[in-house]
Design a protein around this ligand. Structure first.
Ligand code: HEC
Ligand code: HEC
Length: 291
């Protein structure tokens, strides 16, 4: 009797195991197809500038949009996620050095990467947050690209991506922003220019980079990836509602909350938010207080 029970338990387990293997094989193939799909998006070229004010603005945007955070301080790319279960994600070398942008990498190629999340060949860029960058005005994109023409070439020898078991499962269920190409309205055109002053409108324009973690409505939620803490609600009814403008600015500049708690820069990227100007932080505060 006992022997028979064991036999049946064994058969059931074997069936479940086989089903899991088939399910994973399906997920593997379908994510592989999404990673290798080819797109053709149209972009008209923009005219770059060598004006000092534009280049200074570009350098500031590269700092506050965290390009250097992911692409490395010299923008020569780096392995920025390497997890045994999730996989390895590698950012590109944005300089003209070896392993970087080829000599025929034109303005339209830059625009396809920044506004559509595809590379020169039209294949999806993994984890590159173009769904946030596409919300930048034409003037800001021109400033970024103009500045990037002036950075010194740095040679790099980077490995390729390697998306593993958990990374594929989370991608399949759209739990990680691995395929920004699928998160963009590719026909949206250029966003409206927003005047740079202490206003909720300018704040709203700036917080696109916060939504990746704090969610579209900025009300926070569960951890963005396994092993990270939950993300705070930063609206008027959440954390920011309890802060004065000065406390808010201080938190984003020093990573220390009004209660004296130190935020981990790997979880809440305050070294990047510390680079915002007073006007920018005050505008973000005004906007967050309005929701
Ligand atoms: C969250 C991290 C992250 C941030 C922030 C980020 N990138 Fe990227 N970017 C990546 C990764 C990862 C890739 C590589 C994607 C691939 O090859 O699949 C990439 C690819 C690119 C490419 C494509 C190059 C190519 O191979 O065709 C360009 C151009 C680029 N990034 C520019 C920028 C600029 C400019 C900024 C700031 C405005 C920026 N990135 C911000 C992660 C990031
Ligand atoms: C890479 C993900 C990420 C991005 C991008 C991000 N945050 Fe956060 N933020 C977090 C996490 C995670 C926490 C919670 C950290 C904790 O409680 O230890 C947090 C906490 C905060 C807090 C609350 C601190 C407190 O007192 O508890 C504020 C305010 C905040 N973020 C503002 C912003 C603003 C404004 C932006 C955009 C300019 C932004 N964050 C971008 C992940 C992020």
């Amino acid at each position: 009797m006992l022997k028979k029970t064991f036999k049946w338990v064994g058969i059931v387990l074997a069936c479940i195991f086989s089903l899991l293997i088939v399910a994973y094989a399906y997920i593997y193939l379908s994510t592989e197809a999404r990673f290798n799909k080819k797109y053709s998006f149209r972009e008209d070229p923009v005219t770059l500038s060598t004006d000092t004010a534009v280049l200074t603005r570009g350098a500031h945007l590269v700092a506050i949009k965290a390009c250097d955070d992911c692409h490395g301080p010299d923008l020569a790319g780096k392995v920025f996620i390497d997890d045994p279960l999730l996989g390895r994600i590698v950012s590109s070398n944005l300089t003209s050095g070896k392993g970087g942008r080829p000599s025929d990498y034109g303005v339209v190629d830059w625009l396809k990467a920044l506004r559509h999340a595809v590379n020169k060949e039209g294949k999806p860029l993994l984890f590159m947050p173009s769904h946030e960058i596409v919300q930048l005005s034409k003037a800001d994109i021109v400033a970024i690209l103009s500045y990037l023409q002036t950075i010194p070439p740095v040679d790099s020898d980077l490995p390729t991506h390697d998306i593993r078991f958990l990374g594929r499962i989370l991608t399949h269920f759209d739990k990680v922003p691995l395929l920004p190409v699928d998160m963009i309205d590719h026909n949206m055109g250029w966003p409206k220019e927003v005047e740079e002053n202490v206003s909720a409108a300018f704040g709203k324009y700036l917080v696109a980079v916060c939504t990746g973690c704090h969610r579209e409505n900025l009300k926070g939620g569960g951890p963005i990836a396994p092993g990270l803490p939950p993300v705070a609600d930063i609206t008027a009814t959440g954390r920011v509602g309890q802060m004065t403008e000065e406390q808010f600015m201080n938190t984003l500049r020093t990573g220390v909350t009004p209660e004296g708690r130190s935020l981990n820069p790997k979880e809440m990227p305050w070294p990047t938010t510390s680079k915002y100007t007073d006007t920018e932080l005050k505008a973000i505060y005004a906007y967050l207080k309005s929701i």
